[in-house]
Design a protein around this ligand. Sequence first.
Ligand code: PHE
Length: 342
Amino acid sequence: MKEKIEALKLKFEEELSGARESQLAEQIRVAYLGKKGSITELLKLLQNVPNEEKKELGQHINQLKKYAEESIAERLEAIKKAETERLITSAKKYDVTLPLTELSGSYSPITLVQREVEEIFASMGFAIEDFSEIVNDYECFESLNIPKNHPARDMHDTYYLDNGQLLKTHTSAAQNYIMRKYGPPLRAIFPGRCFRNESIDASHENTFFQLEGIMIDKNISISNLIYFMKAMLSEVFERDVNVRLRPGFFPFVEPGFELDINCLICGGEGCPSCKNSGWLELCPCGMIHPRVLEMGGIDPEEYTGFAFGLGLTRLAMMKYGVKDIRDFNSGSLKVLSQFKHI
Ligand code: PHE
């Protein structure tokens, strides 16, 4: 019997060492430790063994059983490790140190126009600022002369967090911060992503980009505003654009305007794109309201300034002829890969 146990142990070891897959190791387990497995059978044979040998033999067989169980567990572990290793080494490798030119991708058209506009304003001495997308009520409304219950808030329905903060509805939310940061005189632009509760269609999105600009100094007038807007738009569209101002209402500017540019498609003659008017609405703007200056810590008796809120998403649509605003956030490579590649 003792020899039988030793022989079985050797056979087991030999078979197990050849098992390179977990399935095979499982089969070996059944063959030795299963209901009808060789080791289980040995234990059954014990019944016929004389009593004086039973104890010692029983111990031997149980040792073998334990040894077999542990060996199989170890083997399974080793097989799993080897499989993982194999997966890792066969996986495609990425070199994170490769220069950017080796990567492929394209810029969002909004990034492209944003950079272009930033460059133009930087060359005219404007600082470029950033601001958070989550703001508070004071930043988004109160500091802009939009008190609670003011009807202007209707157009600015947005997404509120439990703590009372909200996703900014316009880049104007940074005006107060920037006035306090720089003090007068100042000129700065601040692009950003804005959010509103909108019914989405080809020209409305709940997520869009604006680029705001403010210039505050002594004797700033509407002529300065017109000059800067015209200079910037002519650069972006690479041609002389005509602009016109129509009255527009925003609580944080006085007077307030809608700035239109002559239609780039028909040149002002009138076509379906401009609904035959020859003009396209592009940029609300105006002279900063004295109360807004005051809340920004600036004396309105001494300083004046203008502000504009350029629709960056709108500008990208015009510049690149994108007809549906939903294309920007669609994640569609067919659309996005048409733009400048990295
Ligand atoms: N913040 C305004 C909006 O998004 C636009 C605006 C900016 C108007 C600056 C005037 C001056 O509705």
